[in-house]
Design a protein around this ligand. Structure first.
Ligand SMILES: Cc1cc2nc3c(=O)[nH]c(=O)nc-3n(C[C@H](O)[C@H](O)[C@H](O)COP(=O)(O)OP(=O)(O)OC[C@H]3O[C@@H](n4cnc5c(N)ncnc54)[C@H](O)[C@@H]3O)c2cc1C
Length: 386
């Protein structure tokens, strides 16, 4: 077992960090306030190939894995610019197309995604929630097209992406009554597709939308994987989503702690820096310990996924990493805010504006309760409660 980072990984971290540092949290916060997107940052890391680092070289990618994509995601967030769409577009959509797409589909979609082309991902439905088996958005085959009807909710980045990878019901298993799922690549500009902005209290440039599908026509050639095999396809995307989700949380945590360490060293209220009071230093040290534990599990999960994405160890570690990093990142941010006293709530110090996103990451892309369910059932073999 070797815990030393390879030279390649260290250089990748430094290269991504250098680019992201040119933007920094002020750029992120200003974009949020003005309603702008993070196009300059996204394009900068896209042009350097960082958003396609995990994609096959023959389609313009870097030929590496989720370990490297997690490094990209973490380092950009550590610079104060957490990019939610890396999870959605690069970690889920591009990864699924690379793994399940036909040669034609890979050739059509991956080269542009390797450079940062965006695709949204739509699975959540209002009435199904965390229960994917209850999805009701249907796709009915009509010759060489599918007709889509139904709706999705909380779909991120629909205003930025040209396509959405939509999880639909194409049948029902007669034995269990569960949905037989399929995945379709749908143009955001399709006739019959309406998107409505959902106001959320998260200071993030990425927006969420409710989608309404009214007889939307999608060519059968846009189906990813076999008809009815969508659950297996989606499951394959869960590890990358959870690992990069953990990376995003870890980056927020590192960003917050670095700000707190500087502030606690500089700020004097009595005769000594506030960081010399253990009431300040111990919570920061504890947050750091939890963060590093979560990062270890994240690296284990990424390693396991890159060696065998279908292994139970990859699934278990990905779930544990997402859980641990979401809790640790949130704790780091909260402790950093506390360290700053009143300044923690100001725009100038760039911490409180990340609270909503950090809080979200304990709910999405998978909630902490659903991860606890997974570990209870699969790791501890406890009876299923639902
Ligand atoms: C800002 C934002 C961005 C999002 N982006 C996307 C996106 O791009 N694409 C997409 O498809 N979705 C997206 N989502 C949806 C997100 O993935 C879901 O909100 C999340 O998975 C939780 O599902 P839910 O909201 O339906 O909660 P519910 O399933 O209704 O659950 C409500 C609560 O009950 C708990 N719960 C439910 N079932 C159980 C159980 N069996 N045991 C214990 N507790 C349980 C949950 O953990 C949760 O705390 C986004 C959501 C938000 C808020």
């Amino acid at each position: 077992m070797d815990f030393a980072e390879t030279d390649e990984h260290r250089l990748l971290r430094e290269a991504v960090g250098d680019v992201a540092a040119q933007f920094g949290h002020r750029y992120y916060a200003d974009a949020v306030r003005s309603g702008a997107k993070l196009d300059e940052l996204w394009n900068a890391i896209g042009e350097l190939g960082f958003l396609g680092v995990h994609l096959p070289e023959q389609y313009g990618g870097g030929g590496a894995g989720i370990t490297e994509l997690a490094i990209v995601c973490e380092e950009v967030a550590t610079a104060g610019c957490p990019l939610l769409l890396i999870l959605v577009s690069a970690a889920i959509c591009a990864e699924l197309i690379a793994s399940f797409g036909t040669d034609e589909q890979r050739a059509e979609w991956l080269p542009s995604m390797a450079e940062g082309g965006k695709m949204a991902f739509a699975i959540t439905e209002a009435d199904a929630g965390s229960n994917t088996h209850r999805l009701h958005t249907t796709a009915v085959r009509d010759g060489d097209i599918y007709r889509l009807n139904g709706g999705k909710t909380f779909i991120s980045g629909v205003d930025e992406a040209e396509q959405i990878l939509v999880v639909v019901r194409t049948g029902t298993d007669e034995g269990s009554g569960r949905a037989l799922l399929s995945l379709l690549i749908v143009d955001t500009a399709s006739a019959g597709l309406e998107s409505v902005l959902i106001p959320v209290e998260i200071a993030s440039p990425e927006k969420q939308f409710t989608l309404f599908f009214d007889n939307v026509e999608v060519p059968v050639s846009r189906r990813l994987g076999d008809e009815g095999d969508g659950l297996r396809v989606v499951f394959h995307g869960l590890n990358p989503e959870r690992i990069t989700g953990a990376a995003l949380c870890a980056g927020i945590g590192r960003y917050a702690l670095s700000r707190a360490a500087v502030y606690a060293t500089d700020r004097r209220v009595w005769d000594v820096p506030i960081g010399s009071h253990q009431g300040i230093s111990h919570p920061l040290a504890e947050a750091k310990i939890n963060l590093e534990l979560a990062r270890l599990m994240m690296l284990k999960a990424a390693w396991a996924h890159d060696h065998d994405g279908s292994s139970s160890i990859a699934a278990e570690a990905s779930n544990m990493a997402k859980y641990a990093a979401a809790e640790a990142g949130y704790r780091c941010l909260d402790t950093a805010i506390q360290t700053h006293g009143g300044n923690g709530m100001t725009s100038e110090y760039g911490l409180a504006d990340l609270w909503g996103l950090s809080r979200l990451l304990r709910i999405a892309p998978v909630s902490r309760e659903m991860i606890l369910n997974f570990v209870a059932q699969h790791t501890l073999s406890l009876p299923r409660s639902y």
